[in-house]
Design a binder for this molecule. Structure first.
Ligand code: HEC
Ligand code: HEC
Ligand code: HEC
Ligand code: HEC
Ligand code: HEC
Ligand code: HEC
Ligand code: HEC
Length: 403
């Protein structure tokens, strides 16, 4: 009976413009408050990977109280669980993952909820519920279950590349593991807020407790734009004013500041920030959140997974122009500009790129050759059917000539 209160609280907490009860503080309004004046952006945003990157995993098939396809008039107070319909595909017979040494895990539906259940030798048995999902499922989705105030990762992850279940990244394929703790760090990049508390759990040990009721799922408007209650109140009271007040204009920030708005989450998770990234606001400088060597290039080569900022900074396009992430992406669009849109952006700066005769053919575009898909060095999958190290492919952002 854990899931129900979580949903209940997250749903009413998101309507803060009037209640003033956002867990982040009384300067926040919540995404629903933006809809009346920014309907087009809100509607598109509801379909984006950003907005759907975490949710309370839900009673199967899908709870009638949550709209399956969000629309402007019914912008969900929190991301729809299962936007890609994964749970509808997974509770099928045959959804099992076999471990080398010790039995198998099956996805089961019980009491209208989904569980990962391990069946060991001699009837050994362990079953934990899908309480939270991370990742929109565009490429992958991984899950957590609550035990008191601590969250643990479930052993199996949905991996879109194989249309099925795979061992969660970094887990052994020999036996089932249910004991890996999910900390607030995942939420810092995959949600808008969770409040945490450190408690002494031994003479030298400190553990982190998470407050379920404080979670704001998905990356919401104010995660990127900062607290907006002042903006909302002003424009409600002054409908004739057509220029934004009490709101940071991202376009007027420096290039570094604009890059850092994305870099908060797109420059890797191999370092621990000195303070919570939830307090990062547009206009802040990311290097203030990390040890001084951040951004110096370091010794480790950036990975295609999660380090788009560092990769981009290696490319000539970046070094010889004023390019930011927004040159090619826009923070909101659920669909993105599409390949045609990306190519048009390349052409804006390279209308006369010189190529060896016969090199460019109809079936290869600029992106295939200059931003090829590359395997992550950090993450790969194992689907338990004898296939090991299935690569996790992402676009490199080191735009260059590849041979
Ligand atoms: C009562 C109407 C109203 C509400 C509610 C509202 N805004 Fe706005 N907002 C405006 C107006 C008017 C502008 C200026 C015209 C424009 O850019 O659309 C604006 C502009 C903006 C801008 C552009 C700022 C700039 O200078 O580049 C951002 C960002 C923004 N709003 C974010 C938000 C967010 C986030 C919310 C919800 C928390 C929100 N707004 C709610 C009326 C509103
Ligand atoms: C991932 C970060 C991110 C999120 C989340 C986000 N925005 Fe933005 N938004 C941006 C960036 C970056 C710009 C500036 C775009 C530019 O300069 O090209 C922007 C620009 C805007 C603008 C002004 C420009 C325009 O397109 O009209 C408004 C209004 C706005 N956002 C509203 C919202 C609302 C409402 C939400 C939630 C539904 C939201 N944003 C969520 C990053 C974000
Ligand atoms: C709070 C963390 C956070 C911030 C800030 C953020 N991103 Fe993301 N971004 C993510 C996560 C997490 C994903 C994976 C989404 C998923 O689950 O599909 C993602 C995915 C993306 C994608 C893949 C396409 C998609 O929508 O799924 C693009 C492109 C992207 N981000 C660009 C940007 C840009 C540009 C900015 C700055 C305006 C930005 N992001 C800011 C966390 C963030
Ligand atoms: C520093 C920010 C950051 C942290 C911390 C982080 N992630 Fe991510 N994660 C991202 C970004 C950015 C993406 C999408 C782009 C990419 O893969 O390069 C992503 C992608 C994912 C995806 C695939 C989503 C999709 O469908 O594309 C999953 C699943 C995921 N992360 C789970 C987790 C879990 C679980 C944790 C905690 C153990 C975690 N992440 C910690 C930034 C982060
Ligand atoms: C904002 C302008 C801009 C955009 C957009 C842009 N580039 Fe560039 N790019 C440059 C500049 C400037 C250089 C350096 C050219 C020079 O030094 O002669 C460059 C260099 C390159 C190079 C040569 C790299 C090398 O290492 O020598 C390639 C290849 C390239 N760009 C491809 C692309 C592709 C593909 C896209 C679209 C995904 C793109 N560029 C988008 C500005 C841009
Ligand atoms: C089939 C692969 C392929 C495709 C498709 C391709 N390129 Fe290239 N590109 C190359 C190679 C290889 C080179 C190195 C020069 C050469 O061998 O012709 C290059 C060189 C370049 C350069 C550096 C040379 C210069 O003119 O300064 C730029 C910029 C560039 N490409 C941009 C683009 C853009 C923009 C597109 C899409 C319209 C594109 N390329 C499509 C393979 C490709
Ligand atoms: C020159 C254009 C360009 C710039 C600048 C750029 N991107 Fe991208 N990005 C792309 C293209 C093209 C794709 C591939 C889209 C696809 O495959 O549909 C992509 C894909 C992504 C993805 C999804 C990863 C994947 O492999 O599907 C993320 C996340 C992302 N970009 C984040 C960023 C961030 C963060 C920045 C700024 C640090 C940035 N991008 C700057 C062109 C760009």
């Amino acid at each position: 009976m854990l899931v129900v209160p979580v949903i209940f609280f997250s749903r009413c907490l998101q309507d803060h413009a009037t209640a003033g009860s956002d867990p982040r503080g009384d300067r926040y309004a919540g995404s629903n408050a933006c809809i009346p004046c920014h309907a087009r952006i809100s509607a598109s945003y509801a379909h984006s990977g950003h907005y759907n990157t975490s949710s309370a995993s839900l009673p199967f098939p899908s709870s009638p109280s949550l709209p399956a396809t969000p629309s402007t008039s019914d912008f969900p107070a929190s991301p729809a669980a299962d936007p890609k319909g994964i749970t509808q595909r997974i509770a099928l017979p045959g959804n099992a993952f076999y471990f080398a040494d010790s039995g198998y895990i099956r996805i089961e539906e019980k009491d209208s909820a989904l569980f990962q259940t391990w069946f060991g030798r001699d009837g050994a048995h362990l079953s934990e519920r899908f309480d939270i999902s991370f990742g929109s499922g565009e490429k992958a989705q991984t899950y957590g279950y609550w035990k008191g105030d601590r969250l643990y990762q479930l052993p199996l992850t949905w991996f879109a590349g194989v249309h099925g279940w795979a061992n969660s990244p970094g887990f052994t394929a020999r036996h089932a593991q249910f004991g890996r703790v999910i900390t607030s760090r995942c939420f810092e990049c995959h949600a808008s807020y969770v409040s945490r508390e450190f408690v002494q759990s031994g003479t030298l040990a400190v553990t982190e407790n998470l407050d379920k009721r404080s979670i704001i799922y998905g990356i919401d408007c104010e995660r990127c734009h900062g607290p907006a209650l002042g903006h909302v109140k002003f424009h409600r009271d002054n409908p004739a004013v057509k220029t934004a007040r009490y709101m940071v204009s991202i376009g007027s920030l420096s290039r570094r500041q604009q890059l850092d708005i994305c870099g908060v989450c797109h420059s890797g998770n191999d370092r621990s920030p000195q303070r919570s990234l939830f307090s990062f606001l547009p206009g802040d400088t990311l290097s203030h959140y990390y040890d001084p060597d951040f951004g110096s290039g370091g010794t480790t080569e950036p990975d295609v997974h999660g380090q788009q900022l560092q990769m981009l900074q290696f490319s000539m396009c970046y070094r010889k122009s004023g390019m930011t992430c927004m040159t090619c992406h826009n923070g909101h669009d659920g669909e993105g500009p599409g390949m045609g849109g990306f190519i048009a952006t390349c052409m804006d700066c390279h209308p006369h790129a010189r190529h060896t005769a016969g090199l460019i053919t109809v079936d290869k575009n600029c992106i295939d050759c200059h931003m090829p898909l590359q395997p992550s060095k950090i993450i790969s999958f194992d689907n338990g059917a004898g296939s090991k190290n299935i690569p996790y492919l992402l676009r490199t952002h080191r735009i260059a000539v590849f041979k």
